[in-house]
Structure formats: structure tokens, C-alpha cells
Design a protein around this ligand. Structure first.
Ligand SMILES: *Cc1c(COP(=O)(O)O)cnc(C)c1O
Length: 385
């Protein structure tokens, strides 16, 4: 049973996300966009999908964008287009969201799970090295919680070793590494527009971005029953398209993705400043060249459940992303090869996501920090004299 949720002194709950506030802010533009699509008579792969593909890929700094049905499908279709499937291994981290690995299975390939870095909670090249075998064809770095991987190093390693790179950007719309957007480094970059993501719709949706004309062409066919000409199927494909309705809505919301990300970054900076001296909290570390967009603000903390309960008693929601490492999920257990996965399992037990969404007000942020400071005892390190 979930612990009972009470509210703050003023009767409010501090939510982990606030999708309704986000809708209300854009409501006029969204209603307009929906009406225009409904009145247009075109509902699948029309002008809004085309325009949004152009706008989003240009935002990412890539030449092509292909709208698809979900982030999971974006990953699956990328692997299919690269010819990665049966008998091939794809390396990814065991602390990611399940869909990263499910997409590998959906493409017919085998996930090769590895631990992430214990400091950044994302993959670095030493982790990839640990997973390399003679069957490795591709690697999926995940910019987890909005924190970009070191893509310069990963691309260098991939080039040297002749493997493909499919970026999982599903939590990192707008994040940068070395001043370039995530999604623009790999063979493809994969995005989800699931409602809670930094750029989210009101149902499912996704996008693949790429510099490659050839991959873009293949993916366009693969998302449409493997048809290159809309009449006859050339290969096995999926039915995986982004709706006109959603493309029209997402075009409205893309306009202030940067502003929303900036608010997340300000909120995260406030937490880091206020909780700097809590020795028992470990913030996810970032690369100097990385620009994190804080899909989640994640701390590692021992005795996580005590802190969660204390926060909930004050009406503050938190979440755990993710409580079960992939190596311990039934669908992937057989791909764990009895490795220890010390980092992934430790993270599953200790990570906690704090509210960081763009609609938090200063009082709420202050309250969350006050409660954490009181709960995480021994945090304040006295200066030695
Ligand atoms: C959300 C997410 C996905 C999958 O996106 P869907 O649109 O739900 O299929 C994949 N990887 C990561 C890291 C995600 O957070």
C-alpha cells in the first residue's frame, strides 16, 4: 500500500510533475492547432508531421527527422535501418528505463547490459569496453535524467571499433554536449514525446533525427509497413507513425522547450546550492562540457525510504527511476550473464528523483530543501578549527 499523502501547511501537494499547468499555459495554441488539423481532412503524415520533422531536426542540428509512434519504436526502427538484428549484440546500461533494452529485443538483437559510471549514472567508454564482444554491432548511450553522455569520446570509440551509435535522447530534449545537441552525434538520435518528457504530447509519439539521407529514407519506409512508394512493401516494417494531431500540438510546445529547460536548470541549481553540504546526498555528476536539461533531478541517498516518507508526510511527491535494474527484470535477466552489476544495483536501491519541473514555485522548492536538510542528519559538516 502507498503511504498516505498529506499536504503542506497551506494544503498543497508538491507534485513530481505538473502536466495540467503545462497544458493550461499552452491551451489556446493547442486548441487552435487541433481544430486546424481536424478541419484539414488530413490526419496521417500530412503537413504538420512534415513541418515538425523539419523544425525538430533543425532544433537538434540534424538534416532529417522522422516522426514515429514512440521513443521505443524510434530505437527499434533505428536498429532495423542500420541492419542490426538477429545474432547481433547491442550494448546499453542496466540502469536505464526498460524501453531502451526492449527496443533491442524488438529489433531481434541481443542486449548486452553493462554498468554505468557510479558518478554520472550514465555510460562512459570504460563501460562500453566491458561489454564488447565479437558480436557487438551497436551501442545505445542513454542521456539518463537529461544528463548528456560524453559523446565526443563515445563517437571516437565507436569509430575505432566499427560499431554504430544510436543515442537514446528520450529524457534529454535540448541537452547539449560541447555545445551541440544530443541526437546529433550518433548515427541516429531517438526521442519520445510521452506526456511527462521535457517535450511531451497527450499520448504517445517519437522522432528519429539523423544526418544520413540513406537512413532517413530507410526509416521512412520502415515506419510505413516497409513501403518505399506507399503501394508495395519492400521489407518487413512496422506501423509506427506520429499523428498529425500530435505533430501540430508538439509544434506549439517546441517553441518554448528552451524556456522550460531553463526553468528546470534553475530549479536544479537551487537544490544544488541549498543542499551542497548534505554529505549523505550524492548528486548525479555532470561533464564540464555537458548541458543537463534535468528531466529528473536525481540524488543518491542511503535510507531512501525514510527520506521519501518524511517528504510525503509534508505533501512532497518523489519518485524512483528506477527501482529494479534491468539485470533483475525477468525480460532481461538472461542477458545479465551472472555479472555483479554492482553500480546498477546500488543505484536501484539509492536513487531518488526530487520535483524539478518548470511549474515549481520558490516556496515549494524552499520547503523541499528544508525538509531534506532536517531529515538527512549529519549533513552539515562543521568546519574544523
Ligand atoms: C521514455 C523512454 C523511452 C521510451 O519512450 P516511449 O515513447 O515511452 O516508447 C526510452 N528510453 C528512455 C530512457 C525513456 O525515458
Amino acid at each position: 500500500m502507498r503511504p498516505r499523502r498529506s499536504t503542506t501547511g497551506s494544503g498543497r501537494t508538491i507534485r513530481i510533475s505538473n502536466l495540467l499547468a503545462d497544458f493550461q499555459e499552452h491551451s489556446d495554441g493547442i486548441h487552435d492547432a487541433i481544430s486546424r488539423v481536424l478541419a484539414s481532412g488530413t490526419y496521417i503524415l500530412g503537413e504538420n508531421v512534415e513541418a515538425f520533422e523539419r523544425e525538430f531536426s533543425s532544433y537538434c542540428g540534424t538534416r532529417y527527422g522522422i516522426g514515429v509512434a514512440s521513443g521505443t519504436d524510434a530505437l527499434t526502427l533505428s536498429l532495423m535501418a542500420l541492419g542490426v538484428g538477429n545474432g547481433d549484440e547491442v550494448i546499453t546500461v542496466a540502469n536505464t528505463a526498460s524501453p531502451t533494452a526492449m527496443a533491442i529485443l524488438n529489433a531481434g538483437a541481443t542486449p548486452r547490459l553493462v554498468d554505468p559510471s557510479p558518478d554520472t549514472f550514465v555510460m562512459d567508454i570504460s563501460n562500453i569496453e566491458n561489454g564488447m564482444t565479437s558480436r557487438t554491432r551497436a551501442v545505445i548511450p542513454v542521456h539518463l535524467y537529461g544528463n548528456p553522455c560524453n559523446m565526443r569520446k563515445i563517437m571516437g570509440f565507436a569509430k575505432e571499433n566499427g560499431i554504430f551509435v544510436v543515442e537514446d535522447c528520450c529524457q534529454a530534449h535540448g541537452a547539449c554536449f560541447d555545445d551541440e545537441r544530443v541526437g546529433s552525434f550518433g548515427d541516429t538520435g531517438c526521442f519520445s514525446f510521452y506526456p511527462t518528457k521535457n517535450l511531451g504530447g497527450y499520448g504517445d509519439g517519437g522522432m528519429i533525427v539523423t544526418h544520413s539521407k540513406d537512413l532517413a529514407y530507410k526509416i521512412r519506409a520502415l515506419r510505413f509497413y516497409g513501403m518505399e512508394d506507399r503501394h508495395s512493401s519492400q521489407t518487413r516494417g512496422l506501423c509506427s507513425r506520429l499523428d498529425e494531431l500530435h505533430a501540430a500540438i508538439l509544434r506549439v510546445k517546441l517553441k518554448d522547450l528552451d524556456a522550460k529547460n531553463e526553468r528546470r536548470r534553475e530549479n536544479a541549481a537551487y537544490y544544488k546550492e541549498r543542499l551542497r553540504e548534505c554529505a549523505r546526498l550524492r548528486f548525479q555528476e555532470e561533464y564540464a562540457k555537458g548541458m543537463n536539461v534535468y528531466h529528473q533531478l536525481v540524488v543518491g541517498v542511503s535510507q531512501r525510504e525514510i527520506l521519501r516518507r518524511r517528504l510525503l508526510e509534508k505533501g512532497i511527491e518523489t519518485a524512483v527511476h528506477y527501482p529494479v535494474a534491468l539485470c533483475d527484470q525477468p525480460a532481461y535477466r538472461r542477458y545479465s550473464y551472472n555479472k555483479p552489476f554492482a553500480v546498477s544495483r546500488y543505484l536501484a536501491k539509492s536513487v531518488l528523483s526530487l520535483p524539478v519541473h518548470p511549474y515549481l514555485d520558490p516556496d515549494s522548492l524552499q520547503l523541499v530543501c528544508d525538509v531534506i536538510q532536517r531529515c538527512v542528519k549529519g549533513g552539515r559538516q562543521r568546519k574544523k578549527v
